[in-house]
Design a protein around this ligand. Structure first.
Ligand code: EPZ
Length: 433
């Protein structure tokens, strides 16, 4: 199994290109199932999760054509994927693919709305929490679906009295759910009549999906708000759409600059989507400067102060940046309290950071981090994507050698991580085998 070796202590300097957003690309790919025409996605990142979604769509019968650049160092152009779901041959999303990636459940809304029925494996728990899909299922029921569960699968079909088409309805999410909002939106586009989605997630990835669906002929209002209205249409058509820049990749490299007390420009970054992360960085003493190409993060000579923060749905501080920010706080001057409100088990990086000398105590949903001048390198491993990258960040700042194991997690969400960091002076390499 591949590992990453880092010798820490070098302040990062240079530029890092930001790729397309994984969490926007996955629902956009699923949206291809809503039409028989071609959906052409550009600025697609080259990541393991994107490949998994492509396999899933291919086994449903979607034809795919991939071309374009790799979106690597020196190029932020990304790849181009054409998807055409004209000849769907299977309405089943099998366990083998869904268990690899929970976002597979995003085929539920499109398949149900366009074909009237589907069978999707239940994803099961994962390392950051139980993560049920009950709210996705309630949303489908509100649009006229009958749902039953058997042998670990969700069986969804349009109620017999509805003549093969979902019917618009009111969906009131009792808690904010990104994937649930995406499934509801996609299904509502092809339902008959109006759907109102209340307490909808407002993440930039939702807005990206809404913009793409609109270009495909959907009629959606309330864009960017927590109340989306969808006037169903009988069919959607193909379009071309460019995936938005990855805000979590941007935030992660911003912390790489901060934790090494470096100075890095993130080219292609969309600062508007990172308000909460950038204000937290400002508050702890890091300069965030808009440039014509993106954003520059300056921490050379900075004294990083400990601050408190809490994860929240957008526009709050993202849970997907919590582990990375905790690594930064482990090197800050003073204490910090970090509270996780989205997932119940998202502190798996804490014991690993502690093995690198960090002083962190967890009390329920909060972690108290007492910063210290220097972490020390160690062999570490992690159980999810963002936890893994927090260990890479800690390794960049630590004295001596850090070996990060189980890096297949990193490959799910960070394209050419080592190359991008090495181009800014990091001493980092991938050890094969
Ligand atoms: C999306 O997951 C992201 N994944 C996650 O990114 C991100 O952490 C999360 O949103 C929160 O921002 C993708 O976009 C592919 P949720 P999702 O539904 O949609 C509970 C990463 O590292 N819930 O908003 O699965 C759930 O258990 C990842 O890139 C229910 O109870 O998240 C969680 O506590 C990991 N029932 C909370 O809601 C449901 O039916 C938020 O989950 C659905 C969710």
């Amino acid at each position: 199994m591949d590992r990453i070796r880092i010798v820490g202590g070098t302040p990062l300097r240079g530029t890092i290109p930001i790729g397309g957003a994984k969490n926007a690309a996955l629902p956009l790919m699923a949206a291809a199932l809503l039409t028989e025409e071609t959906l052409r996605l550009t600025n697609l990142p080259h990541l393991a999760d994107i490949t998994t979604m492509a396999h899933l769509l291919a086994q449903h019968g979607t034809s795919m054509h991939l071309n374009g650049g790799e979106g690597g160092v020196g190029s932020a152009s990304g790849r181009v994927l054409e998807l055409q779901a004209a000849d769907i041959t299977s309405l089943t999303a099998p366990y083998d693919l869904v268990r690899k990636m929970r976002a597979s459940v995003l085929v539920l809304g499109p398949l149900l709305a366009r074909f009237g029925a589907c069978r999707v494996s239940l994803p099961g728990g994962c390392s950051i929490g139980t993560r049920p899909v009950d709210l996705h299922l309630k949303a489908m029921e509100a649009l006229g679906a009958e749902i039953s569960l058997d042998e670990g699968y969700i069986n969804a079909r349009i109620r017999d009295d509805l003549n093969g088409r979902l019917r618009g309805g009111t969906i009131m999410f009792p808690a904010v759910t990104v994937g649930g909002t995406e499934n509801a939106l996609m299904a509502a586009c092809l339902a008959e009549g109006e759907t109102v989605i209340m307490n909808a997630a407002q993440e930039p990835e939702i807005t990206d999906l809404v913009n793409c669906l609109t270009l495909m002929g959907a009629r959606i209002s309330g864009i960017g708000s927590n109340c989306l209205r969808v006037e169903g249409v009988s069919s959607l058509h193909g379009t071309e759409y460019s995936v938005l820049p990855d805000r979590i990749e941007t935030g992660t490299y911003a912390i790489a600059a901060a934790i090494t007390r470096g100075d890095v420009e993130l080219v292609g970054a969309n600062s508007a989507a990172l308000g909460a992360v950038f204000s937290a960085l400002n508050e702890c003493g890091v300069e965030v400067i808009e440039t014509s190409r993106g954003v520059r993060i300056r921490a050379d000579g900075a004294e990083i102060r400990g601050i408190d923060l809490m994860t929240e749905p957008y526009p709050g501080f993202p849970t997907d940046m919590q582990a990375q920010f905790m690594a930064l706080m482990a090197t800050a001057n003073g204490a910090s309290m970090i509270t996780e409100t989205i997932f119940e088990n998202r502190f798996m990086h804490v014991p690993e950071l502690c093995r690198m000398g960090a002083r962190i105590n967890v009390h329920g949903a909060s972690a108290i981090v007492r910063g210290m001048p220097r972490l020390s390198g160690a062999p570490v491993m992690a159980t999810d994507l963002r936890a893994s990258v927090s260990l890479v960040l800690a390794g960049l700042a630590a004295e001596g050698e850090t070996i990060v194991n189980r890096i297949y997690h990193l490959d799910r969400g960070y394209e050419r991580l080592e190359a991008k960091l090495a181009a800014c002076g990091a001493n980092i390499e991938r050890l094969r085998g």
